[in-house]
Design a protein around this ligand. Structure first.
Ligand SMILES: [Zn+2]
Length: 157
């Protein structure tokens, strides 16, 4: 195909045989970098508040997606409320797990954002929508500046 041919069937563009080698580098960006460093070094959470409309982004963003204004980092507790959850009883290979795991969408306090993460230290039948939860982090010396530095969330005690 040459560039001046008219494409009439878009499916033809998706026909690929064999392997396609792809190279990419994923970076967390300036705001993501600030978030992960704060998490690693201080065990604290950052969000970003729009200077114009006040929307609070979690995870933090440098610019507001609604009005393109600058944001400023704000420290938050990392606590939140369960918005939705699912109890997982089978692993990726289809084997029944000895102990079910609970995954939840957690609305983070003081922000307009949420995170999907593991809930632990709670039995599945006692989890409720709106339950207050707090993050449990790896010990300081084991943190790497990754999302896995958050081990799980647990009910606020
Ligand atoms: Zn804004």
């Amino acid at each position: 195909m040459v560039f001046n041919e008219k494409i009439v069937n878009p499916a033809e563009l998706r026909h690929v045989e064999g392997k396609i080698e792809l190279y990419w580098i994923y970076t967390s960006g300036e705001a993501g970098d600030a978030f992960f460093k704060k998490l690693r070094d201080e065990g604290r959470f950052l969000a970003a508040k729009c200077r114009k409309c006040g929307h609070v982004f979690f995870p933090p963003r440098l610019y507001c997606e609604f009005d393109f204004s600058d944001t400023e980092f704000v420290e938050i507790s990392g606590e939140g409320c369960v918005k939705a959850f699912s109890v997982v009883s089978y692993d990726a290979d289809g084997n029944r797990m000895e102990k079910p795991e609970i995954y939840a969408i957690i609305e983070i306090d003081g922000t307009d954002g949420s995170i999907i993460h593991l809930l632990s230290e709670v039995e599945p039948e006692t989890v409720e929508i709106g339950m207050k939860v707090q993050p449990v982090l790896k010990p300081e010396e084991e943190r790497e500046g990754r999302i896995t530095d958050i081990l799980y969330f647990k009910p606020v005690s």
